[in-house]
Write a protein that binds this ligand. Structure first.
Ligand SMILES: C[S@@+](CC[C@H](N)C(=O)[O-])C[C@H]1O[C@@H](n2cnc3c(N)ncnc32)[C@H](O)[C@@H]1O
Length: 390
């Protein structure tokens, strides 16, 4: 069996709190040995499976190929462990690279310092074996190296895509506090939407939830068009090039066949004209015009969907509160709760970063809220089911 056909371990990173949503996607893609850790999911699979995750996962941020792990409690161990890695096989003389780091040890608290140490070790190792060192390119490196330090160990990996898979490229216009695309996808999965019932986001901002929902329902692979770093690595290009070509054809055919079926009703609205314009531009950029309908409306005027469906939204949390703003925000949440209570048979999922939200909204959530992070912002996802005839 060739190395490319054999099973190996991979790491897929996710927005914090979205690990279970990512794990669900990975299981559907045939990944095995799935284990959730904070901010990442480990899995085993062939190289082709890992490439499929890069092209088709909506909740993933990065897919990482582990290349070494070693005990690491201080800078010397980090340097020595990194220097011993087989860099000469991993980075060719012509390639550029960049190192980024996460995590920490008691004497290694600064991620920039950690990245610098690994960079020095790599350069020294290559200078010693090859006589020259590769150049750093932080913007567009040929090989992006990810180092993580935790529990007294360092793990070093290569980023298959080389850039964040959650940046889909359709967000041509934005509003304040947009959701990261991978987080929006996780919210949709965690909401329990079945990809077919009508769905509306009445506080749509730049439209991320509605766009992700439509693309999911239409089985569009989010990154099928994107070039991955690993396609250009001399070590792996002979396998990855043809494997990715096969996967891209398969995924395009899947989306083409799905387009022959009617799409679900998906609506995005906002009361802010600039947000409506941004959502419209983004829907167009995502190729979803005619699928996601965008309009200007106050969320407190939300009418029942027909047939009853899902309301998904992320509420404003008072990014710029003026005097009296907190009271206003609470009364807005209260009015929103009253409007949504009048939607019998609907399921509702609200992502909120505000501590005031739950009590002011006033509906009783189904189950415990789920903690999710929108970058540095801690949020809760509340799910509700409005009884028919309520
Ligand atoms: C946190 S943002 C939503 C961000 C969005 N999820 C995204 O990814 O861009 C909240 C949105 O609620 C909108 N909003 C505030 N009050 C509203 C109301 N009464 N009716 C409709 N939209 C409202 C704001 O204009 C803002 O776009």
């Amino acid at each position: 069996m060739s190395a490319a056909m054999s099973f190996q371990s991979w790491y897929a990173t996710a927005p914090r709190g979205a690990e279970s949503a990512l794990a669900g996607e990975l299981a559907q893609m045939g990944c095995k040995g799935i284990r959730e850790r904070p901010g990442l999911v480990r899995f085993t699979g062939t190289r082709e499976t890992a490439l499929r995750v890069c092209l088709d996962s909506r909740c993933v941020l990065r897919v990482l190929e582990p290349i070494g792990e070693f005990a690491c409690t201080n800078a010397d161990e980090l340097y020595e462990g990194s220097r011993a890695l087989p860099w000469v096989d991993l980075i060719s003389a012509e390639q550029t690279f960049a190192v980024s780091a996460t995590g920490r040890a008691p004497t290694l608290e600064n991620t920039q310092f950690i990245a610098l140490k690994v960079k020095d070790a790599l350069c020294d190792a290559l200078r010693a074996t090859r006589g020259s060192r590769p150049d750093v390119d932080t913007e567009n490196p040929g090989v992006r190296i990810a180092v993580h330090i935790g529990d007294g160990r360092a793990s070093v990996s290569l980023d298959l895509a080389g850039s964040l898979l959650s940046d889909r490229g359709y967000r041509v216009r934005t509003v304040e506090a947009p959701l990261r695309e991978a987080l929006a996808a996780a919210v949709i999965r965690l909401s329990g939407w079945d990809l077919s019932r009508p769905l509306a986001d009445p506080l749509c901002g730049s439209g991320t939830l509605a766009i992700e929902a439509a693309a999911m329902a239409l089985q569009i692979a989010p990154n099928a068009e994107r070039a991955l770093s690993c396609e250009f690595w001399p070590r792996t290009m002979a396998h990855d090039g043809p494997a990715l070509a096969r996967l891209r054809t398969e995924l395009a055919e899947r989306a083409r066949v799905r387009r022959e079926q009617p799409p679900p009703q998906i609506r995005a609205s906002d009361r802010d004209r600039a947000a409506v314009a941004a959502a419209q531009a983004n829907v167009r950029a995502a190729g979803l015009e005619g699928i996601v309908r965008v309009g200007e409306q106050d969320a407190r005027m939300q009418r029942p969907l027909d047939p009853p469906g899902f309301i998904l939204c992320n509420v404003p949390y008072g990014e710029r509160l003026e005097v009296g703003g907190k009271k206003q925000l609470k009364s807005f949440y209260h009015a929103l709760g009253a409007a949504f209570r009048a939607l019998p048979g609907h399921e509702i999922a609200v992502l909120s970063a505000s501590e005031e939200f739950e009590s002011a909204f006033g509906l009783r959530p189904r189950g415990r809220p789920l903690e999710l992070w929108n970058g540095p912002l801690r949020c809760q996802l509340y799910r509700y089911a409005i009884m028919s005839g309520a």
